[in-house]
Ligand binder design. Sequence first.
Ligand code: FAD
Length: 378
Amino acid sequence: MKISVVGGGIGGLTAALSLLRQGFDVDVYEQAVELKEVGAGVQVSANGTRILFSLGLEDDIMSIAAQAEGKEIRLWNSGQTWKLFDLGPLSIERYGFPYITIHRNDLHQTLAAGVRRIKPDAIKLSKKCVGITQDDKGATITFADGTTATSDIVVGADGVHSKIRETLFGRDDPKFTGIVAWRGVIPVERLPERMLRPVGTNWIGPGGHVIQYLLRGGKLMNYVSVVERADWQVESWSVAGTVEECLADYEGWHEDIRTMIKAIDVPYKWALMLRPPMDDWTRGRVTLLGDACHPTLPFLAQGAVMAIEDGFVLARALAENNGNYEAAFAGYEAARVERTGKIVRGAEGNLSRFHNAALKDPKLAEDYVNAEWQEDKV
Ligand code: FAD
């Protein structure tokens, strides 16, 4: 069976590696001219590392990841701190696998190397899918350069603006959340020592929050923040803002947050959109995975991990059904649609937990954190 994967992001590459390891012939078609991910970190919980390790990537991943001992909550202005939960030994004790934080490009390159070890020419660059057709013999992708590729089945892993999803299901209608995300990666030499403890921190405040965690064995600090503002509605990882604009969004916030923002070379901004979860992802020989079918707000840190799970489960379903793609796609959706929908809704639900009006008042804030920020709720 010949399989085309459209999109060489974290989800598409995990799918390709999982499928190659199951013995399928796979090609990945990626629109970018060069295979690289944005400069940002990603948290990968035990459900994700479990899969990455089973794909033979444990040593490579652990040599470039960082591990936080735990997660803390801090108040936006005073910096008051609460320990939320343990992320270190407890993750391994409970789930058998670590909770890691990793630079997106490091994860991406590790997955790509895994794919190329099995099929050196599997990843085709500068291949932007502009359309797809199918009949009883196969599915054919058309690329912007005028070439085509035909295979037995196609996996649309082409992200939140998926061309494959649009072709199969029509245009979507995202709703702007009124929230903009900022991100940046900071060399730790630019930060004071006291900020470099190996814990992940969620700073929560009225109308915004900030997440910080270490990457690359502690050499980099990942900064992600979100702020409620209605004047920016472009959903893209690659639009640069300025340090001044980002600082203005966090006026009055704790000195540590403003220190991080000032240390970022170029902060990037992304408008967060809401899309309701889809009920099915498949038409005939073509199915979807990752953000192409269940884009989620980043408030549970599970979007990339769900894309990793999708790729692995899809490959397993195809192998278990001996390449009978109709049965395999049905099994894949049965295993994935409900679970990923729960993540999308759960992340949306966390919005009010992160940005609660009670956080304006120091006394209310303390009661609110004690009541709401408990491990079984977040
Ligand atoms: P993408 O990563 O978007 O990859 C899609 C790929 O397809 C890209 O390489 C793109 O170039 C390619 N492509 C697109 N169109 C075409 C085309 N027409 N033809 C060919 N190729 C195409 N998730 C976590 O698990 N943990 C986190 O800590 C976390 N933090 C986040 C923080 C923020 C601020 C945001 C916005 C998201 C975060 N996420 C996190 C979510 C995560 O980034 C996404 O869910 C994940 O990247 C989805 O992977 P994907 O492979 O489905 O899509």
